[in-house]
Design a protein around this ligand. Structure first.
Ligand code: DAH
Length: 347
């Protein structure tokens, strides 16, 4: 037995000289410690031995097994470490190499502004409601107190899709009509409606045949211009800064009575007069008013009991003012340089 152990040891030390890589070590593990390995084989005829012999063979083979295992494991670790060292040396990172650019998207600046108004409105208890862009003449004009032939239709001439009943909506105001009609319970309403609108227009730096509006409608009891003014004040300050002042100027819209233009004090000159406010100190950002009694009655809200206010902003106009954009076409040309330029933390 002792000779056998010695000869295995010798064979191992010969084998070790030949080891070149980790695979060689694996092979040696199999050769010596595997199921049919040389060390394992030492105990194969244990059952035929006496108790004394069994003890001796057991002790010797265990010792050998321990020795072989330790030797091969140490060798394995050594080779692994060497390979790792080699890898680390070869894989030095060259930080002077230019990196691969990962381009990531940025929110569209117009969408960003609309979302900002939406979030503010939601915080004030408004729901965000959308309506179709292909609209009925009935909702876009007639029920808004603009019957056929009304002169105020001229300013909102649009694209008809089928003669004279279906059109591309010229304003988001028809969403007011839809909401009031759909609310069969005739309960109070507080909505904000952003969306695309269309008009026959010659496109230039400040006009586009397609643009966006943000409409607001509140219907309840005892609503006055004071409520509208307070609401506008909050929106103006949120969008253009806490020290903005607001004012109403008399105006005309068929669906509101009285109607107003909503102005904010110029954020550029603070009201002194500059080229942004055309020397007036004020900038007009939308139209508004107290909902006309005909509109309420048209939609089943008894105008003897209900009152409300409505307002409409041009979304591009708000974004142009807020971000200093001088050409409305900037929003539609999808120039990534523009989009990325506005995706900064400070805007
Ligand atoms: N719809 C109007 C427009 O496109 C804007 C507007 C004015 C909306 C007054 C309103 C409002 O709801 O009350 O010119």
């Amino acid at each position: 037995m002792k000779e056998k152990v010695e000869s295995i040891k010798n064979e191992l030390s010969e084998d070790l000289k030949e080891v070149k890589n980790i695979q060689d070590v694996q092979n040696l593990k199999v050769k010596y410690l595997g199921k049919k390995g040389l060390v394992t084989d030492l105990t194969s005829n244990m059952k035929d031995l006496s108790i004394e012999e069994k003890k001796e063979v057991g002790r010797l083979s265990n010792e050998l097994k321990g020795l072989v295992t330790e030797t091969l494991t140490n060798l394995e670790n050594k080779i692994n470490n060497e390979e790792l060292e080699k890898k680390l040396k070869n894989e030095k990172i060259d930080i002077s190499l230019p990196s691969t650019k990962v381009s990531c998207g940025a929110p569209n600046i117009l969408e960003k502004l609309i979302e900002e108004v939406e979030e503010l409105a939601i915080s004030m208890g408004y729901d965000v409601v959308e309506g179709p862009e292909v609209e009925k003449d009935l909702y876009n004009f007639e029920l808004l107190n603009l019957p056929k032939g009304h002169p105020a239709r001229d300013a909102q001439d649009t694209f008809y899709t089928d003669g004279d009943t279906l059109l591309l909506r010229s304003q988001t105001s028809p969403v007011q009509i839809r909401t009031m009609l759909e609310n069969t319970e005739k309960t109070p309403i507080r909505i904000i409606c952003p969306g695309k609108t269309y008009r026959r227009d010659d496109d230039d730096a400040t006009h586009s045949h397609q643009f966006s509006q943000i409409e607001g409608l509140l219907v309840d009891k005892d609503i006055s211009l004071a409520n509208l003014k307070a609401t506008f004040d909050v929106i103006a300050k949120k969008l253009f800064g806490e020290d903005r002042e607001t004012r109403f100027r008399p105006s005309y819209y068929p669906f509101t009575e009285p109607s107003v233009e909503m102005d904010i004090s110029c954020f550029n000159c603070g009201g002194k007069g500059c080229n942004i406010c055309k020397g007036t100190g004020w900038i007009t950002v939308g139209g508004a008013g107290i909902v006309h009694h005909n509109v309420l009655d048209n939609c089943g809200y008894d105008s003897e009991k209900w009152t409300g206010f409505a307002f409409g902003f041009g979304a591009e106009r708000l974004a142009m003012l807020k971000y200093g954009i001088t050409d409305i076409r900037t929003f539609y040309t999808n120039d990534l340089r523009v989009t990325n330029n506005f995706d900064r933390k400070d805007v």
